[in-house]
Design a protein around this ligand. Structure first.
Ligand SMILES: [Zn+2]
Length: 300
């Protein structure tokens, strides 16, 4: 038996194939078509035969075995979800379960919102792997780097352009950018004045710019945009803060309210690291310990 491929390796294999067939400018990916056609070629005895929306209360998506007498698998997404980006990520997530997990989990999967949203966490190894596949498959790094080179400054419009290009949520595109940029940046998702979760780019993390929400709720600064909503125009704004607001150093904050105005997404940009930058915390943060979402409704 051959060694199973990693999530990244599966995504790379399919990316390579799609690049060869459609060229580099081929986004967004038609996930149902790719899932059906790729698996029909690669696994003719066990392909994905349907991808469709349905009433799926309490779940974002599911991977299920075809009814008795038919071979293959189906993917269902919850058609009550209005966000195309979220549906796309869910479809790619279920495709990931098919590639990675269908042998070990012959009864398939039903994935709730948390399974799909907490895609960079150690929330659960199986869910994490499906999300890793989805992020790599939907937003290949070589293409993302062409849109925003790793040393380039960003603004939310540039990331929103990528979210459109890959047809994913703004949060998913931001997380992908944070994973490779050399800039110091922190994504903060907040609601009602408190950080729900936050994620730092590697260079921000190394220089102490992070929030540890696993230790309890963190209140956001009184002068930050999610608090001062009267400063927002069309649900978004940019503001330059002096030292001592978000961190001990100055921060450019760009905030946008999520589609359903349920929570705020703030991107904090810091200057490039200086040696001996002041540290906010003494111990090493747990990188993946930040995706603690509060119970209740979350729309992204
Ligand atoms: Zn799942």
């Amino acid at each position: 038996m051959t060694r199973p491929l990693s999530p990244e390796r599966w995504a790379f294999e399919i990316t390579h194939l799609l690049n060869a067939v459609f060229g580099a400018d081929r986004f967004p990916i038609d996930i149902p078509a790719v899932a059906r056609e790729y698996t029909a070629q690669r696994f003719p005895d066990d392909p994905i035969i349907s991808v469709q929306g349905d009433n799926l209360p309490g779940f974002d998506g599911a991977l299920f075995k075809a009814p008795a007498g038919r071979k293959g698998w189906g993917i269902i997404y919850n058609n009550r979800i209005s966000s195309k980006g979220r549906i796309n990520f869910t479809l790619a997530h279920e495709f990931g379960h098919f590639l990675l997990h269908r042998i070990a989990y012959p009864n398939g999967f039903r994935c709730g919102e948390q399974d799909v949203v907490r895609w960079d966490s150690e929330y659960g190894q199986v869910e994490h792997q499906a999300n890793l596949f989805a992020a790599n498959f939907l937003m290949p790094l070589d293409d993302f780097r062409r849109q925003i080179p790793e040393r380039d400054k960003v603004d939310l419009d540039m990331i929103a352009h990528c979210a459109d290009r890959y047809r994913v949520s703004l949060i998913a595109a931001t997380l992908r950018w944070l994973s490779y940029t050399q800039k110091r940046a922190v994504l903060v998702v907040s609601r009602d004045g408190f950080i729900l979760w936050a994620r730092s780019s590697p260079s921000a993390l190394k220089t102490g710019a992070f929030f540890r929400t696993s230790a309890g709720p963190i209140e956001i600064p009184a002068t930050s945009l999610p608090v001062k909503q009267d400063l927002l125009i069309d649900g978004r704004a940019t503001i330059d803060h002096g030292p001592g607001v978000w961190f001990r150093e100055p921060v450019r904050e760009m905030t946008v309210f999520a589609e359903q105005y349920d929570f705020a997404i703030s991107l904090l940009l810091l200057d490039d690291a200086r040696p001996f930058a002041s540290f906010e915390a003494e111990d090493e943060p747990d990188v993946f310990d930040k995706m603690i979402l509060q119970p209740g409704r979350r729309e992204w």
